[in-house]
Design a protein around this ligand. Sequence first.
Ligand SMILES: [Zn+2]
Length: 69
Amino acid sequence: MSDKIKGLVSVLAPEPICDGCIVEKLGLTAPHQASHRTRALAGEAGFERADGRCATCGADKTVIWRNLR
Ligand SMILES: [Zn+2]
């Protein structure tokens, strides 16, 4: 499950995505599965998590994206 989230964020890079859209796209059963993983991912090199606009649903939310630089 965690690798799917990492993969999804990587595929979308550099576009940001919110936890809700990650849950929907991956068909996860519980939203906290996404938020736990995105918080952990944010601590990894190349991933950032902050308030922004989700490129998938267009809402202003906490989003995560992969920094390609
Ligand atoms: Zn979204």
